[in-house]
Write a protein that binds this ligand. Structure first.
Ligand code: AMP
Ligand code: SF4
Length: 486
């Protein structure tokens, strides 16, 4: 049963809209510049979200948030960081979906109150029972300002904390009700909390700052590295951490379920210099490429990768096949999500805004082009055309994951099933669509083996349709076009 709670003002009746994978960061370090540490942590997590960024700091009395649309470097000025003083902070980078409009309210951290106490919360992942929870809360007179799962989580924590008196109890009771993927950091005026869903779909790691200066939690280890923190361990599935003047207090809030780390973190999403399951993502991607060379070799002159995530795999393909590796596409790393939309003439250049072929390197060559995934098939088609225009004699696409056939409900924006090209087309049809001379995907077993882990550690649902967390029918209907598709 949900407890009654204070009524928040009704500003809008938000439409249903999924959350996306994001980056979260938290630091407890009295006497340190926690806002600046968070700022740099968010820089390392920029790849996980370019739509908006935010920092919330607890200063012993209250919590203050600065957040806005855009890249981390655009959102925060030196003066913002100077004014965010305190002992504890959290931060968030939000993932961008082409064409989606996002209100300021949807940017995170999400600020709310529990009685007179201010808290801020930042979330990575996607709940699958938001609608039910929101309807139930609405029945109790609670209204929402934003469309985010984070607000639902914060509202529940607030309501349960009022009933049970301690935030950790509020979090535990909330974790019993919410279903889906979540890695959450929460800050009060004096403490940092972190918790992770019972399947551990989204990553969350714990580290310590040098000289016992404090604790850090982050989506990826690359964000520990940037602030000089040492990786200690993963936050366990179903676990809650509280970090305060009493040190670290860990609690298994809800029982852990079968670990189901998102395989797409290994394939595409996480940074290559991060580690998951004690495995370097660069190395895993390199091994995926090596395995692909064994599974789907081809005669060619040069192996190139599609920057960024295809490059380690291309190195592996070259090592596995003996074909030389080379750079073939230069990426403009500063395109990101821009607020100045390109003119029609520029838009026609399409992919060239991001990728430009190195003509002299590829002209007349038979190319193996390695990328991590094909989702809709649109980008891959443009890349093949670009390489042909630049004089490639042959283009052999090699993909280091199996066909993406099923949509994601847990926070990676892989679209509805209708838009996933592999849900309705054979490999040969996809090859024809993208205009490649040949196309091959890595097998599921080959991909998993490259991580050094067994299959049962992962969510593989977008490849095999086996969703580890039940998807309510109302949510399935929105994304699953072809129920019978296998
Ligand atoms: P497409 O050919 O349009 O399916 O695009 C494939 C490219 O999109 C690959 O280079 C992937 O690295 C990249 N990609 C894969 N998953 C995603 C995602 N969830 N969001 C944005 N890009 C993605
Ligand atoms: Fe990751 Fe795919 Fe599972 Fe979504 S469905 S969590 S993208 S493996």
């Amino acid at each position: 049963m949900l407890p009654d709670s204070r009524v928040e003002p009704l500003l809008s009746d938000p439409p249903e809209r999924p959350e996306e994978a994001c980056g979260v960061f938290g630091v407890y370090a009295p006497g340190e510049d926690v806002a600046r540490l968070t700022y740099f942590g968010l820089h390392a997590l920029q790849h996980r979200g370019q739509e908006s960024a935010g920092i919330a700091v607890g200063d012993g009395e209250t919590v203050t948030v600065t957040k806005n649309h855009g890249l981390v470097s655009r959102v925060f000025k030196e003066s913002d960081l100077d004014s965010l003083t305190g002992d504890v902070a959290i931060g968030h980078t939000r993932y961008s979906t082409t064409g989606s409009s996002t209100s300021w309210e949807n940017a995170q951290p999400h600020l709310s109150t529990i009685g007179r106490q201010v808290i801020a919360l930042a979330h990575n992942g996607n709940l699958v029972n938001t609608r039910e929870l929101r309807e139930e809360l609405r029945g109790r007179g609670i209204r929402f300002r934003s469309t985010t799962d984070s607000e639902v989580i914060a509202t529940l924590i607030g309501a349960f904390t009022q009933q049970h008196h301690h935030i950790r109890d509020g979090i535990r009771e909330t974790m019993k009700l919410i279903s889906g993927a979540y890695a959450v950091v929460l800050v009060t005026e004096e403490a940092l909390y972190a918790f992770r869903d019972p399947h551990g779909v989204r990553p969350l790691v714990l580290g310590t700052l040098p000289d016992d200066a404090g604790w850090v939690v982050a989506s990826e280890t690359c964000a520990l590295d940037i602030v000089g923190a040492r990786y200690l361990r993963d936050v366990a599935p179903g676990e809650t951490l509280k970090i305060s003047a009493n040190g670290l207090e860990a609690q298994q809030a809800v029982p852990a379920e079968k670990q189901s780390l998102c395989m797409f973190e290994f394939v595409y999403f996480a940074r290559p210099d991060s580690e998951m399951f004690d495995c370097s993502l660069y190395e895993a991607r390199r091994r995926m490429g090596e395995a692909l060379a064994r599974e789907a070799g081809v005669e060619a002159d040069l192996v190139i990768g599609v920057p960024d995530s295809g490059v380690p795999a291309a190195v592996g393909f070259a090592q596995g096949s003996g074909i030389p590796f080379g750079e073939g596409l230069a990426k403009n790393r500063y395109v990101g999500r821009t607020f100045i939309s390109p003119s029609q003439m520029l838009r026609q250049q399409g992919i060239r805004l991001k990728l430009n072929p190195l003509k002299h390197a590829i002209a007349g060559k038979r190319l193996v082009v390695v990328d991590d995934s094909i989702v809709r098939g649109n980008t891959t088609k443009k890349i093949v055309a670009l390489l042909r225009e630049a004089g490639a004699a042959e283009v052999h696409m090699r993909i280091t994951s199996p066909p993406v056939v099923w949509p994601c409900f847990y926070g990676i924006d892989t679209d509805t099933q209708e838009q996933l090209i592999a849900s309705s087309h054979s490999v040969e049809e996809i090859r024809e669509h993208i205009g490649a001379d040949s196309l091959a995907y890595l097998s599921l077993d080959g991909m998993v083996a490259a991580t050094g882990q067994s299959k049962d550690q992962f969510c593989l649902a977008c490849f095999d349709g086996e969703y580890p967390i039940e998807i309510p029918q109302s949510v399935r209907e929105g994304k699953l076009a072809l129920e019978s598709c296998t």
